[in-house]
Ligand binder design. Structure first.
Ligand SMILES: Cc1cc2nc3c(=O)[nH]c(=O)nc-3n(C[C@H](O)[C@H](O)[C@H](O)COP(=O)(O)OP(=O)(O)OC[C@H]3O[C@@H](n4cnc5c(N)ncnc54)[C@H](O)[C@@H]3O)c2cc1C
Length: 274
């Protein structure tokens, strides 16, 4: 068993976004805290040793999730997975996102874990990524230097890597209204029936003749495969997905098994949402 590393750090809980970005601009060794379900595991294992931990949960407005028929769904950094699942607008307009959330960890973890923490952690197996990628979500990023908006398809740069700079916070995720009310589904394969990280995850999204797939655990970063037609033959889509992924062998399974399960889930989901 890995040794538990005790470490001391300062803690701050800013109330406004301006206060937050000023702290980020002035501190070198700083980590942001949302639910802590990834961060505290890393700290306990000594993988990160920040001098300062900055809690996002008290920043005004960060705990909000809201829907607007013109601009779509806005998800703040404090919004937990269970909050997303319980949101009536998500259930009505983005059931695929709720489905991805249901597959993330256990009920207890989902009470702490945030949607944005899952995205920033950038694990290849992040359960929220496939649905958000299919829904063409964007990351609205803030720092003392200003604001920039990055499509989620360009946000992940590798295993646990993103475009975020040290002094930046992901201030909210915006999911456009145009991708609402689609048909779709998410399938995650695990080693056990209880909660576990995914061996593979596949999301299918269909609307107005367009077809997209979001894939987790089958490449160094979560993938989206778009530009497909709703009328495409199942075999053709399965072949396109197989060419896009680059699975590896690891403690959970072999690359071959991953590739096989991606094909199986892709075909099943396409038949289910046909
Ligand atoms: C037992 C267990 C089971 C799990 N099972 C799953 C699973 O099945 N599927 C899955 O996908 N994940 C799983 N996870 C991982 C984890 O729960 C999720 O990734 C979760 O969504 C992370 O959210 P958080 O709010 O806890 O993030 P935190 O741990 O608070 O933060 C994660 C990272 O993001 C940074 N960060 C957070 N918010 C921001 C922001 N707004 N701007 C910039 N940086 C930010 C933090 O500094 C940190 O680096 C599991 C974890 C545990 C402990």
């Amino acid at each position: 068993m890995a040794a538990i590393i005790a470490q001391s750090f300062a803690y701050r809980a800013p109330r406004s976004q301006d206060e937050l970005v000023d702290i980020l601009a002035s501190e070198e060794s700083v980590r942001l805290l949302a639910g802590g379900t990834d961060l505290f595991v890393e700290m306990r294992n000594g993988l990160t040793r920040p001098n300062l931990v900055v809690d996002l949960k008290r920043v005004e407005g960060f705990g909000e999730i809201s829907w607007d028929p013109g601009t779509g769904l806005r998800i703040g950094p404090g919004v937990t997975i269970n909050q997303l699942i319980a949101d009536p607008a998500v259930a009505e307009h983005y059931p695929l996102l709720a489905s991805c959330g249901h597959d993330l960890a256990s009920h207890q973890i989902r009470n702490r874990a945030t949607v944005i923490g899952n995205i920033v952690n950038a694990s290849p197996c992040a359960d929220m990524a496939p649905g958000l990628l299919c829904s063409q979500a964007s990351a609205v990023i803030r720092s003392a230097r200003g604001e920039r908006i990055v499509p989620l398809s360009e946000f992940f740069t590798g295993v646990k890597r993103t475009v975020l700079e040290r002094d930046e916070v992901l201030a909210h995720v915006q999911v456009p209204a145009q991708t609402a009310d689609a048909r779709g589904g998410y399938r995650k394969h695990k080693r056990i029936k209880g909660h576990d990280l995914g061996i593979v995850g596949v999301a299918v999204w269909k609307k107005d003749g367009d077809l997209r797939l979001g894939i987790s655990s089958a490449a160094p970063k979560p993938l989206v495969i778009d530009g497909l037609s709703e009328d495409s033959a199942v075999d053709e889509v399965v072949a396109t997905v197989a060419a896009a992924i680059s699975p590896i062998d690891d403690v959970r399974c072999t690359a071959d098994y991953r590739a096989h399960m991606v094909s199986v889930f892709t075909a099943r989901l396409l038949q289910e949402v046909a």
